[in-house]
Design a protein around this ligand. Structure first.
Ligand SMILES: Nc1ncnc2c1ncn2[C@@H]1O[C@H](COP(=O)(O)OP(=O)(O)OP(=O)(O)O)[C@@H](O)[C@H]1O
Length: 492
């Protein structure tokens, strides 16, 4: 029945209510907009000194650089079931990519319009999705910032497809995780830099290690001073090539728990979290710290520690955001769904509080929000992709996903360069220098002692010779006197 209305709606012949939940100009405030850096030419190394807002070097301002959470929406194409079941119905959404707008149909005559940082149609390639959603974040991580890429949406709308696909049989299908590592490996130098990875899942408020399933209750440690969150119990694997990373992802996926629900037989019931730590050594390059220390005196120059930048990329594949009642879950699965809902609703509450600038943000309400503290309202550059399906039967979930994305767009982070002096390597360098100096000192001491001994021996032999000469001369003198004395007596 809705076909005619749906088509005419799609052709724009009906008046739609324009409900834009935020100012129409995405970057209306130049202070709060992040200018994405131009993409590097393939195979060409970027300069690592570029900063998030396009200026050279890091901001010396300790407060950081403002960076709003960026949100893209991705529409999944109709699946086989929808092609059959929804054949007579129009999609519940219409995408206007050139305007970066999405229309959510209310009925045959009316729709609400929302604007996002990017809108990705059902034809958007995985490459394009990576480039608009994740690439700017990956570049920031390479420059020494923290970054987050997260997918949020109803079960079966393409979160795992967008983030986790390995694309081994079809390289065009590679998801964000694989493409991000390719870019990271292409930019770092493994002689001076290092990449290490943890892969975890958050399931029923428990953090489990996807790289070591026996490690199933990892605690979150928060630094009370910096607020930094870490998981010291998680397996950390050093990555040196793409193949070992892909194998690691495959291993993680095997371990990821997937429970069936009525909505999707391969639904992920856990949140999967990939953490990529990128540590880079900066030598003689422009940096906030190196210019702070100055380079006037020779002393400072020789004792100047090198600088390390530690960027962390967090990629989060959230569990499906569908309502419990609709998933038809019961028993254990109901507990699961409640737990998933608890963490997702805690995330929603935090985002609402941040969007409204509330004094209190309830980060402590769930492990997910504790883990994502730096990603929302923190120091990370964050990009969210919200995934939606076209089916009018799931209009409610699609609407709630869209509202989540709209609120997330209001969250402002303060991006901070994670740069510090490498005192450890300075101390190692000084230890080495000290060892060398001590060996040299010992060598000189020995040479000095040898010289003293030589001089002593020489002096002693000279004294002995002088004594001998003196004794000889004395003897000669005595003999002479004796001879003279004897001669004198004879004459007398
Ligand atoms: N953009 C797309 N193009 C083609 N197929 C897609 C796309 N997005 C998702 N799919 C397909 O839809 C199905 C569900 O996708 P996926 O498993 O990624 O959903 P999900 O949101 O991660 O679900 P869950 O919350 O249950 O983990 C998969 O078969 C996937 O291949």
């Amino acid at each position: 029945m809705a076909t005619a209305g749906g088509n005419s709606y799609r052709n724009g012949t009906h008046r739609n209510s324009l409900k834009v939940d935020r100012p129409l100009s995405v970057n209306s405030n130049p202070k709060t907009s992040i200018k994405s850096k131009p993409l590097p030419v393939s195979g060409q190394r970027r300069s690592s000194t570029g900063s998030i807002n396009g200026t050279t070097g890091a901001s010396k301002d300790d407060a950081g650089v403002p960076g709003r959470v960026r949100v893209a929406v991705r529409l999944r194409p109709r699946n086989a079931e929808e092609l059959a079941a929804d054949a007579d119905f129009a999609d519940c959404v219409e995408i206007q990519p050139e305007l970066k707008r999405l229309k959510l149909r209310k009925n045959n005559w009316d729709s609400d319009t929302y604007e996002f940082d990017e809108v990705l149609t059902e034809f958007a390639s995985q490459k394009r999705v990576y480039e608009v959603v994740a690439k700017p974040v990956v570049e920031s991580v390479l420059d020494g910032y923290n970054g987050t890429v997260m997918a949020y949406g109803q079960t079966g709308t393409g979160k795992t497809y967008t983030l986790v696909r390995l694309g081994e049989e079809d390289t065009a299908a590679r998801g964000i995780m694989v493409r991000a590592m390719e870019d990271i490996l292409a930019d770092v130098s493994l002689e001076t830099d290092s990449i290490s990875v943890s892969y975890l899942q958050l399931y029923m408020e428990t953090i489990q290690d996807l790289l070591d399933p026996a490690n199933d209750n990892i605690s979150i440690v928060e630094d009370p001073k910096s607020g930094d969150v870490s998981l010291p119990g998680a397996t950390l694997v050093e990555i040196r090539d793409q193949q070992s990373f892909v194998e690691l992802l495959r291993l993680g996926e095997v371990h990821r728990y997937a429970a069936n629900t009525k909505l999707n037989t391969e639904s992920s019931r856990s949140h999967a979290i990939l953490m990529v730590h990128v540590k880079r050594s900066i030598k003689g390059r422009d940096s906030a710290l190196s210019s702070e220390i100055g380079n006037n005196s020779h002393m400072v120059k020789t004792l100047k520690p090198s600088i390390v930048r530690r960027g962390k990329l967090v990629v989060v594949d959230l569990a499906g955001s569908e309502r419990i009642d609709k998933s038809g879950s019961e028993g254990h699965t109901l507990e699961e769904a409640k737990s998933i809902n608890l963490s997702l609703s805690a995330l929603g509450k935090c985002i609402n509080s941040l969007a409204e600038n509330s004094a209190h943000v309830p980060f402590r309400d769930s492990k997910l929000t504790r883990l994502l503290r730096d990603s929302f309202g923190g120091t990370a550059r964050t990009s969210l992709v919200i995934t939606i399906g076209p089916s009018p039967r799931h209009r409610g979930e699609t609407a709630s996903t869209i509202m989540f994305g709209q609120r997330a767009m209001k969250v402002e982070n303060m991006l901070k360069l994670k740069e510090e002096f490498d005192y450890k390597s300075l101390s190692r360098r000084l230890d080495l220098q000290l060892d060398k100096l001590m060996v040299e000192h010992e060598r000189q001491q020995k040479a000095f002692e040898d010289e003293i001994e030589r001089l002593t021996i020489e002096a002693q032999s000279q004294i002995s010779e002088a004594e001998r000469n003196y004794a000889d001369a004395l003897e000669k003198e005595r003999m002479k006197y004796q001879k003279d004395y004897t001669g004198f007596n004879k004459e007398a």
